[in-house]
Design a protein around this ligand. Sequence first.
Ligand code: FE2
Length: 281
Amino acid sequence: MNILHISDMHFGPRHWDGDDQILLDMINSFDADIVINTGDNTTDGMEDECAEAGRFLKGIKCKNVISTLGNHDKRNMRSHELFRKYIDSSEIITISKTIKTTKKNLFLNREITKVDENFTDLNFIKSISITGKKVLILSIDTAELYSDEGYVEKEMLNAVSKEIEQLEYDLLLLITHYSILGTDELPLQNSAALIDFVQKHKIEYVFCGHTHELEIMQANDLYQGHSFIHSMCGSLSSSNHPNDDNMFLYYENVGSEDMHMHLIRIFSEMERVHFKHEIIF
Ligand SMILES: [Fe+2]
């Protein structure tokens, strides 16, 4: 099973000047079973930006392209609707408005906003069979409406847990915009809740973005004996990558002893796009 990981495209003012078709051709030259997109598809969650991001994602020749939202995608009260319209229309898991929650703006007041859908948190599970293995991909919304800091709703994690418990699977993958281990200046405020969730379900791979910097870590819980790989990809095509290059990651033979991780750095200079391919291990 091969997974390709992209993040932080930032369509809109923060999208790069490079040629997107050359980038798509390079992505499509890899034999990915799953493409994971860890958010910040847009600069400001605007409709034209979501539409452009959606067009780009449809250009990826893989039938399992799975996305989440970032803080930049949740900057207006229609962001969640636009994400579902243009980027990923998977059926989301909801919770009742009567449950006590702590995430801000989880439910919008429809009488004031007049948005069609007043629940702003987009969490879903995709079940995919690849070479005889059942893979569950959990897309967990760690972005909070109108905020650049992340927050995950514990009641939402409880609802996702209940769904997982009813499903059969061989491998669990988590995709989230914010790092659950990182110490970014705009972090996931209650990352401990998501770390507990990863340990509870023995999730083996966590994919994230947000900082525009590459960071590949392995976490080992020596008491519970659980280990997971935490993979933070830099930006794919942002004009803002202050401490690293644009990039994507390719994980070959995931879950086997012959697993390899490839880093493809992307450079756009003088209207030319070129790539540097490195095998991390
Ligand atoms: Fe972000």
